[in-house]
Design a protein around this ligand. Structure first.
Ligand SMILES: [Zn+2]
Ligand SMILES: [Zn+2]
Length: 235
């Protein structure tokens, strides 16, 4: 069976995402785009993962729980995990490590937590845009602790990326994949950053609005057979 995935989508919990990035809207759009699976990766929060996880099961589309953490160095990293088991632990870690600054909705946007049927059941009060106190290395350790996979996000960008902020991929990173922005040429990227040639590339939508979710033809392709799960194929 083929697997076409978009691994980087923000729900309306991310302040910068549209409020209509609800579980049903995102899952239905992914189905319209003929994707086999999606991951939700909100900024510094796991609060919408449960609704997406259960809805995806009902709608029979693949779902990988994830998060986009902003490290202390202002680097964005994606972490994926097999199921909802580590959600409480990740929540605890973030509560300790995200600065206690309130969201200003007028400036940054809403941070909405949805039920499976798209009702807004709560709003996150703490601003999710801020950098956490976790270093890049600590996020690597977090991903190991939860048996997850860490993928440095949009490493081609001039800000919020490991290459722009550190200038190199830290040697302790032992993952297989880097993410570069959609539309960036892989070969140009490798040419510009020869040291990254040993890594494989994912290109996701980083969608903050529904229409940006990847079409099947642009999605990341995996042949499922050799792997136990999509998470295993990212390891
Ligand atoms: Zn990002
Ligand atoms: Zn993102």
């Amino acid at each position: 069976m083929d697997n076409f995935w978009d691994f980087h989508i923000h729900s309306g919990l991310s302040p910068c995402a549209m409020d209509d990035m609800t579980p049903n809207n995102i899952v239905n759009m992914a189905l319209i785009k003929k994707l086999d699976g999606i991951a939700i990766t909100d900024h510094n929060s796991v609060e919408n993962l449960s609704s997406f996880y259960h809805l995806a099961k009902i709608k029979d589309i693949g779902f990988l729980p994830g998060i986009e953490i902003t490290t202390r160095e202002e680097i964005h990293v994606l972490i994926f995990f097999e199921d909802l088991t580590p959600v409480n632990y990740i929540r605890e870690v973030l509560q300790k490590n995200l600065p206690d600054i309130q969201n200003s909705k007028e400036i940054f946007g809403n941070q909405l937590i949805y039920s499976m049927d798209d009702q807004v059941i709560a709003e996150e009060k703490k601003l999710l845009m801020n950098a956490t106190k976790l270093t890049f290395e600590q996020t690597l350790n977090l991903s190991k602790e939860i048996d997850g996979v860490l993928i440095p996000a949009h490493v081609d960008r001039k800000s919020f990326s490991v290459l722009s902020n550190l200038g190199f991929i830290p040697p302790e990173f032992n993952g297989k994949f880097l993410e570069i922005s959609e539309g960036v040429s892989k070969s140009e990227f490798y040419k510009e950053h020869p040291s990254t040639k040993k890594y494989q590339i994912l290109q996701n939508s980083d969608a903050h609005q529904l229409t940006n979710i990847l079409e099947r033809g642009k999605a990341n392709f995996f042949n499922k057979e050799p792997y136990k799960s999509i998470l295993q194929s990212l390891k």
